[in-house]
Design a protein around this ligand. Structure first.
Ligand code: DP6
Length: 405
């Protein structure tokens, strides 16, 4: 075949994570060192994942990148930091193992292709899965080891938490070189099999301010953020670890909601203020509190990142009823059959009492769809060569129109 080149390809997948103790603010924006530790739940890749293929060949003329099928700018500084760090780790590994490694030349150029199985526009933390996947895939390609979370962190802070499954803490560390600012698994995904996440994708009018810019303004102007980092988060980290270890949903849920609320309070305390929550987000918050009040217990817990979408944590036995409540409160307008995605949801009959106490004035069309998922594992290496996103020539396997080449 004309133009066919010999290349070595590796393909991996990585998950999205949702913080229950939020990271907001950097003390070093070059190395991406946070002002507080954070803790997240890794979501299952059956519903949300990034897939990345990295290929290396002596025939490639330059490093190239394709994101969701479109060629993208590989000179982005954060991307370059990750490439440089991964090549450094690979060199280190090579010199330590004295030549018993695969003869991959680290000066060869790279081709990288990455796709999400969810719309990037849905605002579902795609950069965390993306950078985690990039770093993990390059580590497999180069046979590099060492703490990968330290490298993924330099792509996007929250990405370091997507390198492990289950429940993951990112310890802020103290050192100026960031060597101790790493992510660690607290508990594997198998630890709490009843835990579920419902992502309520809200119909957003406009793209909110990105987290990188938003958190910098908060660091510069919000006294509440400083107080949060110094006086609130350390205690919350310890509590959250305990609640997870004990599978205490009451404690886990309450703290998750309180931490989300405090993060959004620091956004309001930022000057000029940042508003990520919309009227619909606030309706979801009120709905969750009415639902919990009706049950006299914390049955559902919301959390919001830098956008209006809600992630609701709950337990398996509450999913059907709560989804029915959401459907009644935000009736789907056009996509009735697409409204529920991900894991199956069963039917539920709402008692009249619940209906009148919890479902108030319905807001049709305010939620685009609900994605039902659960905690899941960390990045995976794919062994099937049919799944590479790049062909043997190192170019994307599908044309922009999505047709196989
Ligand atoms: C609100 O990791 O996207 O989702 O480090 O600048 O890339 P950068 O920011 P990013 O911030 C995530 C903020 C958050 C909270 C969290 O995930 O902990």
């Amino acid at each position: 075949m004309a133009g066919e080149q010999r290349c070595c390809r590796v393909t991996c997948t990585a998950p999205v994570n949702i913080a229950v103790v939020k990271y907001w603010g950097k003390r070093d924006s070059k190395l991406i060192l946070p002002i507080n530790s954070s803790l997240s739940v890794t979501l299952n890749q059956d519903q949300l994942k990034t897939t990345t293929t990295a290929a290396i060949s002596r025939d490639f003329k330059e490093d190239r990148l394709w994101l969701n099928g479109e060629e993208a700018d590989i000179t982005h500084p954060r991307l370059q930091n990750c490439l440089r760090e991964m090549r450094r780790l690979a060199r280190k590994r090579r010199s330590e193992s004295e030549g018993d490694m695969a003869p991959l030349n680290l000066t060869y150029k790279l081709h990288i292709a990455s796709v999400n199985n969810f719309p990037t526009a849905a605002g579902l933390a795609s950069s965390a899965a993306g950078y985690a996947c990039l770093v993990y895939t390059l580590a497999r390609l180069y046979g590099a080891d060492g703490d990968l979370s330290e490298v993924a962190r330099q792509g996007s802070g929250s990405a370091c938490r997507s390198l492990s499954g289950g429940f993951v803490q990112w310890l802020m560390g103290e050192r100026p070189d960031g060597k101790d600012s790493v992510a660690q698994q607290v508990m594997p995904e198998t630890h709490w099999p009843q835990l579920r996440a419902l992502i309520l994708v809200v119909s957003a009018e406009k793209k909110p301010m990105g987290s990188t810019a938003g958190m910098q303004t908060s660091v510069d102007t919000s006294p509440l953020l400083k107080h949060r980092a110094e006086a609130v988060v350390p205690e919350r980290m310890a509590q959250m670890v305990r609640f997870i270890q004990q599978r205490d949903f009451e404690g886990f849920g309450q703290l998750t909601m309180q931490d989300s609320n405090q993060f959004h309070a620091t956004c309001l305390d930022t000057f000029p203020p940042i508003f990520y929550l919309t009227d619909v987000s606030r309706c979801i918050i009120a709905l969750a509190h009415r639902f919990n009040a009706h049950h006299g217990a914390t049955k559902v817990a919301y959390t919001f990142d830098a956008g209006p979408n809600a992630v609701i944590f709950t337990l398996e036995d509450t999913v059907d009823e709560f989804v029915e409540v959401v459907k009644r409160s935000f009736p789907p307008e056009s996509n009735g059959d697409q409204f529920l995605q991900g894991l199956p949801v069963g039917p539920a009959v709402l008692s009249e009492e619940l209906q009148s106490a919890v479902v108030l004035e319905p807001v049709p069309g305010a939620i685009r769809y609900i994605l039902h998922t659960q905690p899941g594992p960390g990045p995976q290496l794919l062994h099937d060569p049919g799944l590479h996103l790049l062909g043997p020539d190192g170019l994307p396997r599908r044309s922009a129109a999505g047709e196989p080449r």
